[in-house]
Design a protein around this ligand. Structure first.
Ligand code: BES
Ligand code: MN
Ligand code: ZN
Length: 498
């Protein structure tokens, strides 16, 4: 039932069709092409703006229904504030706002992108297109009915009118790849756990083969042979078998060491024997947001033929209580040989990642390793839903991620690591325990991961606050945000494709 979007680009000479959206700077300033299109309305725009107190402030808008002189049902002016204050990353937001002004019942819309003064770079116009794509997404697969008054078109065709169409289309191609990756990640996070269990999530990762990504799926027997007992221990209480998926995109120099991305894929986290309270437990269908991001990222890299060698690895399990479930007090021997005492079966993500990080590091000897995980409630307490927690053993890598966060708008905030925190996970009976007590919960979780990465430059992104239950923004209305795809795509493009 979701409305599908068909996004196209055309030149200013193409007549506007359907809902017409234009941008205007503070002081009601329009570009030349915009003024020309609106000319037949005479002083209508000025009068409407006066009547509504609309001045073009950033984020404000003015809507005029059935404008006389124009053959369109509705004109919308979207204010952008002062043009010179706009940064590259603001254009996706403007695209999102534009998309939001298209009524659900509309089948056709035109977004005229013309700012006063110097023309926009093709990248900025393409950024608007990205925002349109991201805002148009809604997860409605399981809505079989709709309220009668909520008429909605099955498809909406949005045409962006711009200067330099050729260059804009070219710049947009890579944005479309990234948007595709974000939407895949959102879909996966939104899917319920009765549909999306480890085997099914592995199967969906297999779709990446169409883009030339190699996809390898390990079953429990293969993981057992490798010694991934920490990962397998988490899944042992479930009727659904665990899986590990290795995805490889080789767009870089033949034989060059890859960059590696590792995702927590807990398809449902009940907490296990240390069971979670009932209230809000349904959200734990999103505990595979890290894995979803890795799949979305691999899609983005392959779809835009990124000149990089990248490995994506995801550990897929379901954390259930049952007669075969892991118990508090159990001790598991990880693939690295280190042992972990299970204090709380709800601290399961780090167990999955411990084996996966070790495996990826040993097998691929990557340049860098980044894991993404909805790992702790504690990171939500610390940072809320605005920043993901960033932990790293490498200054340069941390700086690069922070910069990619600023550029993409998917921001990360660095948290500390250190021997004082590391001590907190020492165990009486094993090399370490899987919880560090009430204090510094997000940090002690990261300290455990650090024990499995050796000397490899590594970063951990705790996306518990940003990957799901996401705040409504101009470019996202979905519960699962797809957080991390744009961040890591930017990170790869900036630093690993030269
Ligand atoms: N998946 C949860 C973390 C989580 C909580 C993600 C809320 C998204 C929203 C994780 O497996 C977990 O249960 N962590 C525990 C660790 C504790 C038992 C040491 C937590 O944060 O409470
Ligand atoms: Mn848990
Ligand atoms: Zn979890």
């Amino acid at each position: 039932m979701a409305r599908t979007l068909r996004l196209e680009f055309a030149g200013f000479d193409t007549p506007a069709q359907g809902v017409l959206i234009l941008f205007c700077e503070e002081g009601l300033k329009l570009g030349g092409a915009a003024r020309k299109v609106l000319a037949p309305t005479g002083d209508l725009i000025n009068r409407a703006a006066d009547a509504d107190g609309f001045k073009g402030k950033n984020g404000s808008s003015l809507e005029i229904i059935a404008p006389s002189g124009l053959d369109v049902p509705r004109v919308v002016l979207v204010g952008v504030g002062k043009g010179r204050d706009l940064k590259d990353q603001d254009f996706a937001k403007l695209g999102g706002i534009a998309m939001s002004k298209i009524p659900g019942a509309a089948k056709v819309a035109t977004v005229l992108v013309d700012f006063p003064g110097r023309g926009l770079s093709p990248e900025r116009v393409a950024g608007i297109g990205l925002g349109v794509e991201l805002r148009a997404y809604a997860f409605e697969r399981y809505k079989t009915r709709r309220k009668e008054d909520e008429e909605q078109a099955r498809e909406v065709k949005v045409t962006i009118l711009t200067e330099g169409v050729g260059a804009v289309r070219k710049a947009f191609a890579s944005r479309a790849a990234v948007a595709g990756g974000v939407l895949i990640a959102r879909d996966l996070v939104n899917e319920p756990a009765n549909v999306l269990y480890p085997e099914e999530l592995a199967r969906r990762a297999g779709h990446l083969k169409r883009l030339g990504v190699s996809v390898e799926i390990l079953d429990p027997a293969q993981m057992k042979k490798l010694g991934m007992n920490a990962l397998l221990g988490v899944g042992q209480g479930s009727e659904h078998e665990s899986r590990t998926v290795i995805m490889r995109w080789n767009g870089g120099k033949r034989g060059a060491a890859p960059v590696a991305f590792v995702g927590k894929g807990v398809c449902f986290d009940t907490g296990g024997i240390s069971i979670k309270p009932a209230s809000g437990m349904e959200d734990m269908k999103g505990d595979m947001a890290g894995a979803a991001c890795v799949i979305g990222l691999m899609h983005a890299l392959a779809a835009r033929k990124a000149r990089v060698n990248a490995v994506g690895a995801i550990g897929l399990v379901e954390n259930m209580p049952s007669g075969t479930a892991q118990r508090p007090g159990d001790i598991v021997t990880t693939m690295s040989g280190q042992t972990i005492e299970i204090i709380n079966t709800d601290a399961e993500g780090r167990l999955v990642l411990a084996d996966l990080l070790h495996y990826v590091n040993k097998r691929f000897n990557p340049k860098i390793m980044i894991d993404l995980a909805t790992l702790t409630g504690a990171i939500i307490v610390a940072l809320g839903q605005e920043y993901a927690g960033l932990f790293s053993n490498d200054e340069k890598l941390a700086e690069r991620l922070i910069e990619a966060g600023r550029e993409s708008g998917e921001r990360v905030w660095r948290m500390p690591l250190g021997p004082e925190y590391d001590k907190m996970i020492d165990s009486k009976f094993a090399d370490m325990k899987n919880t560090g007590g009430r204090h510094a919960g997000a940090i002690t979780a990261a300290q455990l991961l650090l024990r499995f990465v050796d000397k490899t430059p590594w970063a951990h992104l705790d996306i518990a606050g940003t990957g799901m239950g996401s705040p409504q923004t101009d470019i996202n209305r979905s519960w699962g945000s797809g957080f991390g795809v744009r961040l890591l795509n930017e990170f790869v493009a900036r630093y690993y494709e030269k």
